[in-house]
Design a protein around this ligand. Structure first.
Ligand code: FES
Length: 114
């Protein structure tokens, strides 16, 4: 019996926001997040050029398209950093948001009243 990798899905958990969603192996983490209506990973260009969607893979394994060395150095990549718009899950994964806009994820107001 043939096994179709395109039908395989894994769970992506964003540790910062507590959100989780399912992602096909043929779908980037960022596109799956957006398709599921989640917003835990800030994004910009969606093409690997801006670095806004930088993440750290805390648990699990992934495959990636080539990463911009301006945003993810080779040493970063070896430590688990990636770009959500260039990353495909190969297992259930847990990620931390590391892009420059990660401060937007704060769930509590920083000052005064809401
Ligand atoms: S959204 Fe720009 S690098 Fe991913």
């Amino acid at each position: 019996m043939a096994f179709d990798l395109d039908t395989k899905q894994f769970t992506v958990t964003i540790l910062d926001s507590g959100e989780s969603f399912r992602c096909h192996t043929s779908q980037t983490v960022l596109s799956a997040m957006i398709a599921m209506g989640r917003r835990g990973i800030p994004s910009g260009c969606h093409g690997g050029g801006c670095g806004v969607c930088k993440i750290l893979i805390r648990k699990g394994t992934v495959d990636t398209l080539p990463l911009s060395r301006a945003h993810v150095t080779e040493a970063d990549e070896q430590r688990g950093y990636s770009l959500a718009c260039r990353t495909y899950p190969l297992s259930d994964i847990e990620v931390e948001v590391k892009g420059q806009d990660r401060h937007r994820l704060s769930r509590r107001p920083r000052y005064g009243f809401v």
